[in-house]
Design a protein around this ligand. Sequence first.
Ligand SMILES: [Fe+2]
Length: 283
Amino acid sequence: MEIRRLGATMGAEITGADLNRLTPQEFEAIREAFHAHKVIAIRDQNLTPAAQLAFSRRFGALEDQLNAHYTIDGYPEVLVLSNDIRDGKPVGLVDGGDFWHSDSSHREYPSMATILFAVKNPSTGGDTEFADMAAAFEALTEQMKHRIAGLKGVHAVSKLKNRRVRISARRPDGKDFYERQKAIPDQIWPLVRTHPVTRQKALYLSPRFTIGIEGMAQADADEILDALFEHQIRPEFVYRHKWRDRDLVMWDNRCVIHRATGGYEYPDVRTMHRTVVAGDKPI
Ligand SMILES: [Fe+2]
C-alpha cells in the first residue's frame, strides 16, 4: 500500500489497497492517513454496497440518509448521487452539495466522515473541491482569531432561510422540500472547533448552512461571516479532486468543507454511492 500527498496542505491518494480484504494493519494505516491528510482517495476499488457499508462501519455508526427516496433497495444507509434517468425517473439525488459546506452541520450530531464511491464518472466535469479548515484557521490574523473566539454559528438546513444560497433549477420539488425543512430546529456550534483526535483547531462554518452568529445582530454577524466565507476558500487551502472510476474518497467533515462543481449534463452520467459516518457534537 502506498500513500501520496495530492494537495498543498491536505489530500492523499492510496494505491495498492483492496478494501474487500484489508489486514488490520492496513486498516490502521488508512485510519492514520485519514487523520493526517483529511481527504483520502483510495484508488481502484471494487465495492458492492454491502462492502462499502462494512468498510464505513469500521469507523463508527452510520447516519441515516435524509433523502430516503434515493437509497439503494435493502441498503437504507447507502444514498445514490446520480443524474441518470431510468424509465423517465431520476435514479438518484441530482443537486447535492453545490455550495461549500460540511456535511450535516445542521444536525444534532454532525457527520464525522463522508465516503463516496465513484461508480461512474462523466466524460467532463464532476470534480469535488475540498478546503482545509485547519489551515484556514491557522492563517487567520491574530485579531480575527481573537474576535471569533467563543462565538457560535447558527446552522440551518432549509435553503429558504439562507440568502446566500439558491435552490437548483434541476430540482422541481425543491421549493416544497425546503419549505418543509423550515420547521427543523437550527443548531448552534462554535465557529472554531477542536478535532477530537488530532487536537487541531479548525474553522467550523459554511455559506451553505451558517446563517448567523448566536446573540449577535444580523448586520454585525454578516460582516464576520462574509469575511470568514471569503477567507476559508482561498486557493491555498483548496484541493480539487478529479475523480477516476472506482475511486473511494473519504473526507473529515470536522476539519474540511467541500462542494460539488458540476459541469456535466445528462446523458453524460455521474453516479456515486454515499455513506456517512456519524460524529460527535462539535466543541
Ligand atoms: Fe456534502
